[in-house]
Design a binder for this molecule. Structure first.
Ligand code: ADP
Ligand code: NA
Length: 338
């Protein structure tokens, strides 16, 4: 059976107001340009999975003002048959953007927080991808349903925006296979989970390149709290660091970790950085598509070289994403990755 990914997540209209400066309290200013784009982390990541060449359905909600977004998602290759229309308006990000690149953002949850009738995991789902821009209980319901549906359903969680400490502690970590974070999120999660317990000793890093990364000790500490979960930590312009305990053990691990860390530097850009919005979502979507590809090849247990192959493509795709304006629009197609 070919892999199919379910994304239960957010759909937004991102409204960019181009302004001379961010508006002050009590001030009225006019915007010299207004642009609208489809956004939301659920939608961005679903588009990334689709553009990476994998089969994906997005379960979410829009208002009547969001039909064009649904059309855009459909054109990008996402199955939109489980996107419902509700009476609330579509989720919104109102973004003030100055010429020198500063921004300020107001988020409106809108339709993303409405009740969705689909509570069970559609049959044929092999991978479940979740973020945190819908009600936390809906995210939990999908994780629980995935665990009930099949032990082999692969679950991936990108906890963005960060859940509260209470939510982090109550999270069913035993039902999660893959966690995708940036360095700040890794640190926040560790603080919440460790609750002041002392840090464990950090083993020397076998890969010289990661010995200097501040994210390395952070990930080791986080992994000590959730030792079975594969953690992929994006490092912006520095690349990615991953701790993958589920790897097939072929060689002796050189430290007390379950497996040696994997570090890949970011790609050297051909052009300058234009817009990093959505780079993390592009990365996450390509990661899931990569896992799906391995699944379709029949790989039951991932090997180290499989993960390196997948992460290389993620880094290449995300690198291309930062060279173009926009989030979804800048996610490259698999065939265009060089
Ligand atoms: P987030 O926005 O979620 O915090 P990151 O900033 O870590 O995500 O970026 C995700 C990925 O995008 C990185 O792992 C890297 O591969 C790529 N990336 C981000 N910024 C750059 C950059 N300046 N040059 C090359 N690649 C980049
Ligand atoms: Na971009």
């Amino acid at each position: 059976m070919a892999s199919r990914c379910i994304v239960r997540g957010s759909i937004n209209v991102d409204e960019f107001f181009h302004v001379k400066h961010i508006v002050y309290p009590g001030e009225t200013i006019s915007s010299h340009e207004l642009s609208k784009r489809a956004g939301g982390k659920g939608a961005n990541q679903a588009v990334a999975v689709a553009k990476a060449g994998a089969s994906v359905v997005l379960v979410g909600s829009v208002g009547e003002d969001g039909f064009w977004v649904v059309e855009y998602l459909k054109d990008s290759g996402v199955d939109v048959s489980d996107i419902q229309t509700v009476s609330e308006s579509t989720g919104r990000a109102v973004i003030q953007l100055t010429d020198d690149g500063q921004n300020s953002i107001i988020l409106f949850k809108g339709a993303n927080y409405s009740t969705h009738p689909k509570k069970s995991i559609p049959s044929g789902a092999t991978h479940i991808l979740l973020q945190n821009e819908i009600p936390f209980n809906d995210t939990l319901a999908y994780l629980n349903a995935a665990a009930e549906a099949s032990l082999s359903t692969v679950t991936i969680f990108n906890p963005s925006p960060m859940p509260s400490n209470v939510e982090i502690k109550a999270f069913p970590w035993d039902k999660l296979a893959w966690l995708v974070v940036n360095e700040g999120e890794a640190s926040n999660l560790y603080q919440a989970l460790s609750n002041g317990t002392p840090d464990i000793p950090v083993p020397d890093c076998s890969e010289l390149a990661c010995a200097n990364l501040s994210a390395y000790p952070t990930l080791v500490q986080l992994s000590s709290q959730i030792p079975k979960i594969n953690i992929v930590c994006t490092l912006g312009a520095a690349g990615v660091l991953a701790l993958i305990p589920s790897l097939r053990k072929t060689t002796q691990v050189s430290s007390s970790l379950h497996s040696d860390p994997i570090f890949l530097p970011a790609v050297k850009l051909k052009n300058s950085v234009v817009d990093t919005t959505g780079a993390g979502d592009c990365f996450t979507g390509y990661l899931v598509a990569g896992l799906m590809e391995m699944h379709d090849k029949g790989a039951k247990v991932l090997q180290r070289q499989d993960v390196i192959y997948i992460l290389k493509r993620c880094v290449q795709a995300a690198g291309m994403c930062v060279e173009k304006r926009g989030a979804m629009e800048s996610i490259p197609l698999a065939r265009d990755i060089v």
